[in-house]
Design a protein around this ligand. Structure first.
Ligand SMILES: [Zn+2]
Ligand SMILES: [Zn+2]
Length: 337
């Protein structure tokens, strides 16, 4: 067993504390990492609020950058000193119909960092090499970490709209994912409308290339009136109001991509879905190729997250701020040493 300082959820529904715990040595196909940085994600709040946990106590965190310190048995292609990114998708079976068709994120036998195995908000962590990605040395750890979840999900969600250059997309929710999605949509040549309740977040969206920004209230009607609707909408908040407005904002034949996760049960009107030929897609993470693409894009300056860094010990306080919607961009814990 190895001691490490980590962000620990002791029992279902918390509290979350920062303490020294012991983690197991890396097993077959795993490596020990010295962590450099790990971002905070809304999914961490969902895990911290769950009534039942697959593992307790549990180290949180699933978008981390670290350096390999030691290799477990049977690890090929990686060396001590390699700099890597680790995602929520820790390992998959590699054999089911989903794994064989590039849909590994739907593998029923997957394991997940910071959910059913210890996560990355820690000074040291053990992770399978299965889904690790190489991280260029010139990318600062704090900017690289959010790419492992927020960036990956945002890039693939923009791809999931299926839109062509010149078409118009409305992006609802300008948080950790949203502010990256603006950059990715621009990269794909799309015309971007950004929607949020926060003026400071909309300000950031304008700086990043949104052609139009709108307050969330009545955004759907505003977009119908102005453009006759948008070709697609991506919802990166779990607010039922945002989901309702995004649906309203669509043109006939439009596509709605739902990314923001929560236990809410928003209504989607059957009548309009059918008669307007609307496609509704649920989406999270992406393909292995899209994860690598996100790092290639970042290396040439596309999809650089705006981050607020903090020391690991401040994680409980930062999780509260995330819950209250106070963070602009992504909050990222940076480990000392
Ligand atoms: Zn996440
Ligand atoms: Zn599988």
């Amino acid at each position: 067993m190895l001691p490490t300082v980590a962000v620990v959820l002791r029992a279902p529904c918390g509290p979350v504390s920062v303490e020294t715990i012991s983690i197991p040595e890396p097993g077959a196909g795993e490596v020990l990492l010295r962590m450099e940085a790990c971002g905070l994600c809304h999914a961490d709040l969902l895990v911290a609020g769950m009534q039942r946990l697959p593992v307790a106590p549990l180290v949180l965190g699933h978008e981390g950058i670290g350096r390999i310190e030691a290799l477990g048995p049977g690890v090929d292609g990686w060396r001590a000193g390699d700099r890597v990114g680790v995602t929520f998708l820790a390992a998959t079976c590699g054999q089911c119909e989903y794994c064989r068709n590039g849909l590994e994120r739907f593998c029923p036998w997957q394991s997940n960092m910071g959910f059913n195995r210890h996560g990355l908000l820690a000074e040291r962590a053990v992770a399978p090499v299965n889904y690790m990605v190489r991280v260029p040395e010139n990318l600062p750890a704090a900017e690289a970490a959010p790419l492992c979840c927020a960036g990956w999900s945002a890039w693939s969600a923009v791809c999931e709209t299926g839109l062509q250059p010149g078409q118009r997309v409305a992006l609802f929710g300008m948080g950790g994912l949203g502010h990256l999605a603006v950059q990715y949509a621009r990269e794909r040549g799309l015309r971007v409308v950004a929607v949020d309740v926060s003026e400071s977040k909309l300000h950031l969206a304008r700086k990043l290339g949104a052609e139009l920004t709108l307050p969330a209230e009545d955004a759907g009607r505003a977009l119908l009136k102005r453009f006759g609707g948008v070709d697609a909408a991506v919802v990166m908040t779990a607010s039922p109001d945002a989901i309702r407005e995004s649906f309203r904002s669509l043109k006939r034949g439009g596509t709605l991509v739902l990314v923001g996760l929560s236990t809410a049960r928003p209504e989607l009107p059957l009548f309009e879905t059918i008669l307007k030929g609307i496609t509704v897609r649920g989406h999270y993470l992406g393909t292995r190729e899209q994860l690598e693409e996100v790092f290639r894009l970042a290396a040439r300056g596309v999809g650089r997250p705006q981050v607020e860094t903090f020391p690991l010990r401040d994680t409980p306080r930062m999780m509260e701020r995330l819950k209250r919607g106070e963070l602009v961009g992504r909050a990222v814990a940076v480990m000392e040493s």
